[in-house]
Every structure is written in structure tokens, then in C-alpha cells.
Write a protein that binds this ligand. Structure first.
Ligand SMILES: C=CC1=C(C)c2cc3[nH]c(cc4nc(cc5[nH]c(cc1n2)c(C)c5CCC(=O)O)C(CCC(=O)O)=C4C)c(C)c3C=C
Ligand SMILES: [Fe+2]
Length: 420
């Protein structure tokens, strides 16, 4: 990453910077022509070198973008005292995020030995790593403990409601909720970390970190071009996910179409799901496959050969029992598929060991996007929480929901419709 010096003339968006990480590394790519507002698919907005994803556009990047390998997710609480301060913060965050996604440093290049540098520096010399930064607003931005903190309560979209208590929840409140979320995804963990760190620095005095989660190893495919990855249980995860290329399904299930400031946006639900890995590892393969409802090696439906073979939920084995057990994860997850489809975009995580048991504290940081969590995620997870055989091996330990506004156009900022 490179910066620009304070003594450089010119205030224009590009003239300030001398060079970029893309150029330093010989990866200079052109931004896709369709990247700007209204133009083409998100896939088309990747740079020719494949190292940058356009920040500006009709939708925020990091949702339909082919999923990167690493995640740094952060939830902030606001300490700002007025809507104006929050609006200014979103302006500054937007500009900084756009620069970082383009492989640029944040702020002015600093050659003054007596003040701290603007950019924290750890992404210097790294490629942009397809960084995307996605912002979301939590229900508490609009109302917290019955208080309309910023005069925004009347502007809360009806789909943005706290996720209710769900069966089997073992949530840690210190790792749940938040006024604003930042989802930073990149192929390099240090690039994703750098993004969150610099936004936190810019937000000082107005926003404090409430909780954060690192993730590695994507657990979904969000594009036809991507192979299906495996989660920490060893199973292919994301086979029947929504794909960005399927614009009709994305319209139907992901992007908000109603008029208002959320048009072109979506809703993010995050759940930290701990896997009881030691128990799973002692479970025989047949039981693991009956639990998920697919074969482990191929990812195929039970009784089938290929990962993408159709699932026949009516099929029965020689014993007369359903081939895909009634309490298997996949059967329950697709019971009301027509109404409840979601775009899954999760990551594996490990946070060391649980000191009480010396067992691995690892699992799936589940992230999904949808038009309405109350109609999609909530009924789906309620059913899974009640009946899923997988519940013997997992525990939901944190929960959060955020309204992700549409993308910003150049010169604008994320969430400007809310503050207009
Ligand atoms: C509320 C939604 C879901 C949660 C939470 C969830 C957790 C979870 N899932 C796996 C592993 C797999 N899930 C698979 C499919 C699948 N899962 C959900 C939803 C939730 N999963 C859906 C909607 C689907 C698709 C169902 C379908 O249409 O067939 C699969 C199979 C492969 C695939 O299609 O992705 C696996 C494997 C784990 C381990 C987990 C919690 C830790
Ligand atoms: Fe699942």
C-alpha cells in the first residue's frame, strides 16, 4: 500500500495519491466499465488483475462478490451524540473503505516525525487482496432501551428487528448485536484486519468496537466460478447456495426492492456457531452423513453420486426408511426452500481453546443475506433449532442482524438515504 504526501497539490479524488499497491506490484488493472451505479453485475466490477473489487456501485460489494478466503467482521457501538456525527462518520468510513479496496492507503501520507501516521501501515506492500468492506446498521441504531437516540426511529425499516430467542441458543451478549457492522473480506487476513483497524481508528470518539470475529476458509460459494469449499466438519458447504449469477433469484431473495432508503440493500444475519468438534470426530461416517443428509466425500445427496445431483426427498432405502433422514440438516433446511432461500457467506473460525474443557473453540461463523430475516432466516433457524440432528454437535453462541444499505455512488456515502 502506498500513500500520498501532504505537500502534494490537488484535491481531486485521484490526484492526491502518488501510486497504489496495485501499481507497485505490477498488477494495475482497470476497473470494470460496468462497476459504477447501475452497471452490470458485481462480478464484472473486479479489476482486470483480479486484485481489486470496485467499492462503489448499486449494491455494496462483499455480498454478491465471489467469496474471498478471509474475514474480519466487527460490530461497533456508537458513542456519537447526534445523527449528524453518525452521518459524518459514515462519510469518512465510506471514503476510507473505498481507498483501501482500491489498494490505497488511508488519509494523508505523513512525513512528520512528530505525529502518528494516518494509515497504520501493515498493508503496505501487500496486494489489495480483493478486499471488500460492507457496512450494516443494527436495530439499536434506531432505538435502544426504548430511546430514539439519533432521531432515526421512524426511519427503521420494518424488516430490521432483533432476532428473537431461538431454540437451543446459548448466546453471549458481549459477542452479539451492535449499532453498526463492518464485514471486511479479503484473500489476505492482514488486508482484512487492516481495514477494520483503520476504520476503528477513524471512528475514535464516535464509535467503539463491541466485538469482532476473524474467519478463515470460506464455507460457501457465491459464484458459479467457485468450487464448493469444506467446513470444519469436513463436508462440502455451499452446494445449493444462491449464486450471484442467478440475478432473478438474487432479486427475489436478497435485494430489497421496496421504495425507500433500503432499496438495493439487503439484511445480514450473523451467527457464531461453535462445533463440538471432539464429539463429531468420534462419530462414525455413516452417522455424520445421516446428520448432514449428504455424502461426505462427494457432497452428493444420500444415495447419489455427484455433488449436484438432485435430492429426492421421497426416496427410500431397502429398509423402507427415507434415504435422507427426517431430522437431517439438509432436509430440514430445504423444507420451505421456496420461501426461505438465503445467500450464505460464512467462514470457519477458531478462537483457541475453551479453558473450561480444553476443547477447541472452533466452528462456523455463519453469515447470510436476505430481503427479510423475519421471513427467511428466523423460521428456517427455528425449525433447525428444534429438530436438526446437527444440534448434538453445534451451539449458537452469538447473534446479530444488520440492515446493509445499497451501495454508494462516487462522491456519496453508504447510508446517505437514511440521513437525507
Ligand atoms: C439458518 C440457516 C442455517 C444454518 C444456521 C446452518 C448451519 C450449518 N450448516 C452446516 C452445514 C451444511 N449446510 C448445508 C446446507 C444448507 N444449510 C442451510 C442453512 C443453514 N445452515 C441451507 C439453507 C442449506 C441448503 C439446503 C438445500 O437447499 O439443500 C450443507 C449441504 C451443502 C449445501 O447445500 O450447502 C452442509 C454441509 C453446518 C455445519 C452448520 C453449522 C455449524
Ligand atoms: Fe447448513
Amino acid at each position: 500500500m502506498s500513500g500520498h504526501s501532504k505537500d502534494q497539490g490537488g484535491d481531486s479524488f485521484l490526484s492526491k495519491r502518488r501510486f497504489t499497491r496495485r501499481q507497485v506490484l505490477g498488477l494495475a488493472g482497470t476497473f470494470g466499465a460496468g462497476a459504477f451505479f447501475g452497471g452490470g453485475s458485481v462480478l464484472a466490477s473486479e479489476s482486470a488483475g483480479g486484485q481489486t473489487v470496485e467499492f462503489y456501485g448499486r449494491h455494496q460489494a462483499g455480498i454478491a462478490t465471489p467469496q474471498q478466503d478471509r474475514l474480519h467482521f466487527a460490530a461497533f457501538d456508537l458513542t456519537a451524540s447526534s445523527a449528524g456525527e453518525v452521518r459524518d462518520l459514515m462519510r469518512e468510513w465510506t471514503e476510507a473503505a473505498a481507498w483501501m479496496c482500491a489498494g490505497e492507503s488511508v488519509g494523508e501520507e505523513n512525513e512528520n516525525a512528530f505525529i502518528p501516521p494516518d494509515d497504520t501501515g501493515e498493508a503496505q506492500d501487500l496486494t489489495p487482496g480483493r478486499l471488500t468492506v460492507t457496512f450494516g446498521f443494527g436495530p439499536t441504531l434506531f432505538e435502544s432501551d426504548g430511546e430514539d437516540r439519533f432521531g432515526l426511529a421512524a426511519r427503521r425499516p420494518s424488516a430490521l428487528r432483533e432476532i428473537p430467542d431461538l431454540p437451543g441458543d446459548a448466546l453471549d451478549p458481549d459477542r452479539s448485536g451492535g449499532d453498526i457492522c463492518v464485514q471486511a473480506c479479503a484473500d489476505d487476513p492482514q488486508v482484512a484486519f487492516h481495514a477494520v483497524r483503520n476504520l476503528a481508528r477513524i471512528g475514535r470518539g464516535r464509535a467503539v468496537l463491541r466485538w469482532s470475529q476473524l474467519g478463515f476458509g470460506r464455507t460457501s460459494s457465491t459464484s458459479d466460478a467457485q468450487a464448493t469449499p469444506r467446513n470444519l466438519m469436513g463436508f462440502k458447504d455451499g452446494t445449493n447456495n444462491l449464486r450471484a449469477e442467478d440475478e432473478d433469484l438474487m432479486k427475489r431473495y436478497v435485494w430489497v426492492e421496496d421504495p425507500g432508503w433500503m432499496r438495493g440493500g439487503t439484511y445480514l444475519v450473523a451467527r457464531r456457531i461453535r462445533m463440538l468438534i471432539e464429539v463429531w470426530d468420534r462419530t462414525v461416517l455413516g452417522e455424520q452423513e445421516q446428520t448432514i443428509g449428504r455424502h461426505r466425500n462427494s457432497g452428493a445427496p444420500l444415495g447419489k453420486k455427484d455433488e449436484f445431483d438432485d435430492i429426492d426427498l421421497e426416496a427410500r432405502g431397502p429398509d423402507g426408511l427415507p434415504l435422507t433422514p427426517m431430522d437431517s440438516h439438509v432436509r430440514l433446511a430445504r423444507e420451505r426452500l421456496e420461501d426461505e432461500r438465503i445467500l450464505r457467506r460464512g467462514y470457519s473460525f477458531t478462537d483457541g481453546i475453551d479453558p473450561r474443557t480444553a476443547q477447541l473453540d472452533a466452528g462456523l461463523f455463519f453469515i447470510c443475506f436476505q430481503r427479510d430475516p423475519q421471513r427467511q432466516f428466523v423460521p428456517l433457524q427455528r425449525r433447525l433449532g428444534q429438530n436438526d440432528r446437527l444440534n448434538e454437535y453445534i451451539q449458537h453462541t452469538s447473534s446479530a442482524v444488520f440492515a446493509c444499505p445499497p451501495g454508494a455512488g462516487r462522491g456519496g456515502y453508504v447510508g446517505e438515504g437514511l440521513f437525507a
